[in-house]
Design a protein around this ligand. Structure first.
Ligand SMILES: *[C@@H]1O[C@H](CO)[C@@H](O)[C@H](O)[C@H]1NC(C)=O
Length: 521
């Protein structure tokens, strides 16, 4: 071995390992610091909780705290989590933020190594379960995806938007959607009036409306934005009756949004609503679905375009500028179902390692849920997916190949048993794979993305955004929770059954952008 080669090995091998590590965990939903707040809910009898997972085999230490209480309630509560044992941590329901104002009822999670955190907020017959993004991925611009219904049976039930600060003196400006009002601090704001508020580290501002969808949020320092609705009926295109439920999710920063979004129907639904939001005014996009291509145009970025996909259907949204795509199921069946909201991923946001744990409605601990994963995968890569270590090819299933997008994509639905699961995608270049998790039990359902790339697109993968690492400690007095962690054993792969397999058949090509624009104006 010559000197040159030896030097190269010394330098390059650690680089490669490091690069892989960064790719998998650095700018994904895995992180070491998280904040979450539980927004208004007219029902508040059951404790919200966090579900925490880690890809590390050895124990990872973490602390959960809040600035909301001090003195006698203060103590540091520490948990450990490892790859085999996800954690469930119940939080006091006094933490809920019921008013539209500035509040400090924020939960702060800090760990020694990257973890995944899911927030579960279930009341009886209503609830949401969603993936949290770590502090290092927070941005300064957001488009708010949500749903609202002016004809809701109770006008006290609100569409909600929470802006959470991690730095002192964070100025936040929110543009209300076209034709919608926002309320904050007992004041009402129209589309041409910005909500302006300055908050500190570990404070949040909760903003309400009939439908906060399309609100545009900007801040001078990175923040988190969560949004949804406390309890809403999501009407279908052809359905007459739909269930009510909470929908809630954390929004990805605008800088991480991209142009190509495949969507596939989840199980148990007659149809699902897809909402497309544009980052810039005058965004053109096309919707490719079986046998059709429809061109659309969004003139004002605080408006949006929506369409339905039918049961066992899919579609791909291809835009000339970055968009955000939200998928909201209407109801599980016509009379007892509940809506759920998923923030879908662009092809650029797909990663190759996914881990997740199922959940249930806190009011029905013994309910028998149907837990389903929806995997969107390049047709050529189906043989390279390992669910709980087992190749999905080795499980009998049906699959309909399709021709869609830059890859030939297929959607596969698999029912999994309750508990902890992993999906590994051993992909080659130009192959894609992602997974969404859904749970269904009569009146209480949930749906969420599992993991995503959250780097700033167009910049290098090793972004300058860093974990705060405790350097900006701010005015925080910590009170921690006197609650026990509940271990959940991993489930066994043998119980996995393929359920349904279906998908998109569409031939996708990128039409010239000019053509799209002309057709739409
Ligand atoms: C993982 O956590 C469980 C439960 O706390 C523990 O019994 C086990 O020893 C841990 N495994 C490792 C490798 O630390």
């Amino acid at each position: 071995m010559n000197m040159h080669y030896a030097v190269c090995l010394l330098i390059c091998v650690p680089c490669i390992l490091r690069a892989e590590y960064l790719y998998e965990y650095s700018m994904t939903a895995a992180g070491k610091e998280f904040v979450i707040a539980f927004l208004k809910n007219s029902l508040n009898r059951y404790e919200p909780y966090l579900k925490i997972l880690t890809p590390f085999v050895e124990d990872v230490e973490l602390q959960i705290s809040t600035p909301a209480w001090n003195s006698v309630d203060s103590f540091h509560l520490t948990y450990t989590v490892n790859k085999s044992y996800p954690l469930e941590v119940k939080l006091p329901f006094r933490l809920r933020v019921q008013t539209s104002t500035v509040d400090n009822r924020i939960v702060y999670v800090k760990s020694s190594k990257p973890i995944f955190v899911f927030a579960a907020d279930f009341q009886r017959d209503t609830g949401s379960y969603f993936l949290l993004y770590p502090v290092k991925t927070f941005g300064t611009e957001y488009i708010v995806g949500a749903f609202g219904n002016a004809n809701s049976r109770n006008s006290e039930l609100k569409s909600l938007l929470g802006c959470l600060a991690i730095h002192t003196d964070t100025e936040i400006r929110i543009t209300p959607p076209v034709n919608q009002l926002l309320t904050f601090n007992k004041r009402t704001y129209k589309h041409d009036e910005e909500v302006v508020v300055t908050i500190n580290r570990f404070q949040l501002a909760q903003i309400m409306g009939i439908d906060v969808t399309g609100s545009f949020v900007r801040s001078n320092k990175p923040i988190a934005v969560i949004s949804g609705h406390e309890h809403v009926m999501v009407h279908g295109n052809s359905e007459i009756v739909s269930g009510h439920d909470m929908i809630m999710a954390q929004m990805p920063p605008v800088a991480t949004l991209s142009n190509v979004y495949p969507v596939a129907s989840t199980s148990n639904n007659d149809e699902e609503l897809i909402r497309v939001f544009a980052v810039h005014d005058n965004t053109a996009f096309s919707i490719y679905s079986p046998g059709s291509v429809i061109s659309q145009f969004i003139k004002d970025r605080t408006s949006y375009f929506e369409f339905y996909i039918a049961k066992n259907e899919g579609a791909t949204v291809v835009a000339d500028n970055p968009v955000q795509v939200i998928q909201i199921s209407t109801s599980g069946d016509r009379f007892t179902g509940d809506p759920r909201m998923i923030v879908t991923l662009s092809l650029d946001s797909y990663v190759t390692e996914y881990m997740f744990v199922t959940t249930v409605d806190a009011a029905f601990p013994n309910a028998i849920y149907t837990h389903t994963v929806i995997i969107i995968v390049s047709e050529s890569a189906k043989g390279k997916l390992y669910l709980d270590g087992k190749s999905i090819i080795n499980i009998p299933h049906e699959g309909t190949p399709s021709s869609c997008g830059y890859a030939n994509l297929e959607a596969i639905r698999i029912n999994v048993d309750a508990g902890y699961h992993t999906l590994g995608c051993h992909l080659e270049d130009n192959e894609y794979c992602t997974v969404y998790l859904n749970g269904y039990f009569k009146n209480s359902q949930y749906g969420t993305a599992i993991n995503r790339h959250l780097g700033v697109l167009g910049s290098s993968k090793s972004s300058s955004l860093q974990e705060m690492g405790g350097t900006d400690t701010g005015p925080m007095t910590t009170a921690l929770f006197r609650v026990a962690a509940v271990d959940q054993k991993p489930s066994t792969a043998s119980k996995i059954t393929f359920y349904v397999s279906s998908f998109i058949e569409c031939h996708l090509f990128m039409p010239p952008i000019q053509q799209l624009r002309i057709g739409d104006i």
